[in-house]
Write a protein that binds this ligand. Structure first.
Ligand code: AMP
Length: 417
């Protein structure tokens, strides 16, 4: 029986992987420019971390976790998101004592959702967390960094921004929102109805078309922020204006979890269809304390790499691939032996090169050179070894020029070009 991959968990094949390497290299480079440092945490964590850190009321914890008992001893799970693990590591290793920390991570996350375009069961996120700064300047800097990141990749995505208030202004609003939604139960979908008591803010986020006109009229927290939240929100918008980052304030944008306060933001793209969010972020000042650490403000975002890859692919252009500069073609056994030596020499000099280790007919070797997209071919055989001269064939124009074997590495070494 043929064994296939697991539903919702994708292979990433060489033709596509260049785009992923580009996303990751750009993140590492740019986030480094902003002072963020990489942290790597395990894929497996205690189930309790997410029960507490993401919330037992959420779809993620209730329905989507890959949880298992490890030999009947502990309840563990595959991480469904990155923040809780980073916060755990932050607390466990006492990083808070060093002062504010800016961290980023990349890696696979697991949620047992119904797979569709842009939604998978194993997916990959690039995320950042900034700990220890309550001031709005860090919100501005982080949002601008994400904007910068998308721009570097040539991605056009719309930024929505909101404030979800805090413990001072949200409870009274939630009570009013519950009452308001409660009067419109008949007009709202089952999911909305289920959330009115548990998590009324999430109702505002419902994407079901029939709910939209109702929710468009719902009371907005943005108009009822307490003075501190209002000042924070104004500082964030002013900061983004100063940096020239375009955004739209959207009073219905929420982050579904209780510990999110104040700034909530999201980048979305029309290229994605129903799952339009590329990245979501927000401020979660109470989280570190909730997970047993000292009170420490925090703000972060997570970006979905599959969705970013979809946007990049839709924007056209093949994924970047590294092509060999030089392809060695061997005319005989002596040439084949020399090709291995010369290829090693060029690679030491930083030149990408390849050869067809099967040897055999020249035509087949040239075909292989073209298939891998090599720029130049060099034919080696007993005659070339005897004369110390070979032909360098430009595989684009088919022109041939002589080259001394002793000069090959210098001809192609990056420093020489
Ligand atoms: P979240 O952690 O739910 O706030 O999601 C942050 C980002 O991760 C989203 O904006 C998506 O780009 C991506 N994402 C979340 N869930 C999935 C999924 N099941 N499949 C693919 N991407 C996802």
């Amino acid at each position: 029986m043929k064994i296939t991959g697991v539903k919702g968990m994708n292979d990433l094949l060489p033709a596509e992987v260049g785009r992923w390497q580009q996303m990751e290299a750009t993140a590492r480079e740019l986030f480094g420019l902003y002072g963020y440092r990489e942290v790597r945490t395990p894929v497996v964590e205690h189930h309790a971390l997410f029960a507490r850190g993401v919330g037992t009321d959420t779809d993620i914890v209730q329905k989507e976790m890959y949880a298992f008992e490890d030999k009947g001893e502990e309840l563990l799970c595959l991480r469904p998101e990155g923040t809780a693990g980073v916060v755990r590591a932050f607390i466990e290793h006492g990083l808070h004592v060093e002062g504010p920390q800016k961290l980023y991570y990349l890696g696979p996350m697991f949620r047992r959702e119904r797979p569709q375009k842009g939604r998978y069961r194993q997916f990959h996120q690039i995320g950042v967390e900034a700990f220890g700064t309550a001031e709005p300047a860090i919100d501005v800097e982080q949002i601008a960094m994400l904007d910068d990141y998308l721009a570097r990749l040539g991605v056009k995505a719309a930024l929505k921004l909101n404030s979800v208030g805090d413990a001072a202004c949200r409870p009274a609003y939630l009570a009013d929102l519950r009452a308001w939604l409660g009067e419109r139960r008949a007009e709202l979908c089952d999911d909305c109805n289920g959330r009115i008591e548990r998590n009324p803010l999430r109702v505002l986020d419902c994407k079901v078309p029939t709910c939209q006109p109702v929710l468009a009229r719902a009371p907005r927290l943005l108009e009822r922020l307490c003075p501190a939240c209002d000042a924070h929100h104004r500082a964030v918008t002013a900061g983004l204006d100063a940096l020239g980052v375009a955004y739209a304030v959207d009073g219905r944008l929420v982050r579904g979890l209780d510990y999110y306060i104040r700034t909530a933001y999201e980048f979305s793209s029309d290229a994605l269809g129903a799952q339009s969010a590329v990245a979501g972020g927000g401020r979660y000042d109470p989280l570190v304390e909730t997970l047993g650490g000292p009170p420490t403000p925090g703000i972060g975002f997570a970006l979905g790499q599959e969705r970013l890859a979809l946007i990049l692919a839709a924007a056209g252009g093949p994924a970047p691939v590294r092509r060999p500069e030089v392809f060695f073609v061997s005319a005989d056994e002596a040439g084949a032996r020399e090709a291995l030596v010369r290829a090693a020499e060029l690679r030491r000099a930083g030149v990408a090169c390849d050869l067809d280790a099967r040897g055999g007919k020249l035509a087949r070797q040239f075909k292989q050179a073209e298939r891998v997209g090599a720029r130049w071919a060099v034919v080696l055989g007993a005659a070339e070894l005897a004369s110390g001269q070979a032909k360098l064939k430009d595989l684009a124009t088919r022109e041939e020029t002589p080259v001394a074997l002793s000069a090959l590495a210098a001809r192609f070494a990056p420093a020489a070009r």
